[in-house]
Ligand binder design. Sequence first.
Ligand code: ADP
Ligand code: ZN
Length: 206
Amino acid sequence: MKLIFLGPPGAGKGTQAAGVSAHLGVPHISTGDMFRSAIQNQTPTGLEAKRYIDAGELVPDSVTIAMVKERLSMDDCKPGYLLDGFPRTVEQAIALDDISAPDAVVDIDVPDERLMGRLTGRRICGKCQGTFHISKLDDEKVCPVCGGELYQRNDDKPETIDTRLKAYHEQTEPLIGYYKGLGKLRTVNGDGQLEDVFKAILATLE
Ligand code: ADP
Ligand code: ZN
């Protein structure tokens, strides 16, 4: 199964992708996670991507497409993939159709007014990379899963979030029409409890 999760920043793509990829037995490939680890390891891709990510802008297509192409050529992608955060532009979608076209695209739909609170309240574990929301944490600094230290992403500050939402509407939202035209789009309401969204995603894939 080759699957894409589409949706605005803060829609819950990463959280849902972790569960769905385990359920389907395909790797969860998050371009955001790949960029963050490239930045941490100071690879050439990381050095190039950092200034765009910190500004809330998209990393140039050429850099992103090359990174994903290499990732999809790895052995663990033989059974398929679950892409989270890619494609984010029509050019990326066209490139993916050439590399390895998806079977289905799940659009996780969340109204704009819910996204700011989800993003500003988001905390990441430096140890296990888990994502949490402060509303569900006893201690805003400690990972409830592994005890690691939680941090706030640089790009989860309100000023940067505005830029990211703008990039989403201008550059990524057109993909909804692109995949609708190909008959691959399934829309799921992402404005609910985690378990309910998870069930709705699995239901739409049956
Ligand atoms: P979110 O979904 O919360 O916005 P991600 O972790 O998916 O966050 O992405 C973080 C940042 O990484 C984006 O704002 C963008 O700068 C960069 N990025 C991730 N995926 C892509 C992509 N497919 N194309 C261009 N830039 C990307
Ligand atoms: Zn952790």
